[in-house]
Ligand binder design. Structure first.
Ligand SMILES: Nc1nc2c(c(=O)[nH]1)N[C@H]1C(S)=C(S)[C@@H](COP(=O)(O)O)O[C@H]1N2
Ligand SMILES: [Mo]
Length: 332
């Protein structure tokens, strides 16, 4: 009953979410745990997720990436997945233009092979990773995350990738590495947008190292069971689901470990509007608009009602403790 084969590349028993304890503890402990009712709840969650997972359809346009269902807590939302045609045509990727339709139209010029990601700075094992080696560094997982753009729209996307922490552990940060900086490609020959001065290229982003190490921080290689379409940040991006979308840098070429808080493209463009943390927070308005609600892409129309934006985009149980004691109005 727990085994499903074929479909969507899952060949594994899908007990992963309910058994981290079961497999590691002895039978008596397990029976005790089941008696508390926790097992039933976990099973119900599992069954619900199963039902929802069925609706993720592989569009069949790009190379498939097989994956296992993620067992990371919070990694699979049960909300309805946004249609691929929306997630792949309504994009922010300013290197290819500022209109939502520009990236889907223009990003075919992006050359994603060969591609190298350089890991440098305060690490014991710096190095250059060919994209195919980087992709194989850890098992690919499917994560169904909400993505909330600072502009007030959101989507639900089934990403494929693994926790960035897997790479970070491998390169062994030094004790004084406090932040991680992501540098993305800026190629004026293939990216028409970098000839305009909307942002200071290359587009860069950053995380505090404990944020980068959080299991929900994804190094993403695919979506909807396939490699990323260029417009969504091929061949590799980060996805940080509790932060505004712009923190999730696309088409990464460098990952740098540093001691000082790095500059970020949006913070440089407007420091009073885009802070370093950029956690989704319905209680802290953008200077020019409210962040209390959002529009789910695919639900537009005259009568579509706005959704309430959730603290940390709904990931508060998983990430809230990262910010214990911090003034989130000041550290916006
Ligand atoms: N390199 C780069 N990464 C980027 C952006 C960009 O313009 N350039 N836009 C960001 C913004 S504002 C958002 S909302 C998300 C959108 O990701 P998606 O198109 O996959 O939904 O990508 C982020 N990553
Ligand atoms: Mo965004």
């Amino acid at each position: 009953m727990l085994i499903r084969t074929g479909r969507h590349g899952f060949e594994q028993p899908l007990a992963s979410e309910i058994t981290p304890r079961a497999v590691h503890e002895d039978r008596r402990q397990l029976l005790k745990w089941m008696a508390t009712g926790a097992a039933g709840a976990a099973l119900a969650t599992w069954a619900q997720r199963e039902a929802f997972a069925q609706q993720v359809q592989r569009p069949g346009k790009l190379t498939p990436i097989s994956s296992v269902r993620s067992a990371v807590p919070g990694a699979v939302t049960m909300e309805k997945v946004t249609e691929y045609k929306d997630a792949s045509t309504y994009n922010n990727y300013y290197e290819f233009g500022t209109d939502k339709a520009d990236p889907a139209e223009s990003a075919h010029t992006l050359k994603t092979r060969p591609w190298t990601v350089e890991v440098e700075g305060l690490v014991k094992k710096p190095g250059k990773y060919a994209i195919d080696d980087l992709q194989k560094l850890a098992p690919q997982e499917e994560r169904i995350y909400r993505l909330r753009c600072v502009e007030g729209w959101s989507m639900v996307v089934p990403w494929v990738g693994y926790s960035l922490s897997k790479l970070i552990e491998k390169v062994e940060p030094q004790g004084n590495a406090k932040f991680v900086e992501f540098v993305t490609l800026a190629d004026p020959k293939t990216m028409p947008g970098v000839n305009s001065r909307v942002l200071d290229w290359p587009y860069t982003e950053g995380l505090r190292i404990d944020e980068a190490m959080h299991p929900l921080t994804l190094l993403g290689f695919g979506m909807y069971g396939e490699v990323l379409p260029n417009q969504n940040g091929a061949p590799v991006r980060v996805v940080v689901p509790w932060k505004y979308g712009y923190k999730s840098a696309k088409s990464i070429v460098k990952i740098r470990f540093v001691e000082q808080m790095p500059h970020t493209a949006w913070n440089k463009a407007a420091a009073n509007e885009y802070g370093f943390y950029s956690n989704v927070n319905p209680n802290v308005d953008h200077p020019r608009w409210s962040q209390a609600t959002e529009r789910r892409i695919g639900e537009d129309g005259l009568f579509a009602k706005k959704r309430k934006t959730l603290m940390f985009n709904g990931y508060e149980p998983q990430v809230g403790q990262l910010y214990a004691g911090m003034d989130l109005k000041k550290n916006f």
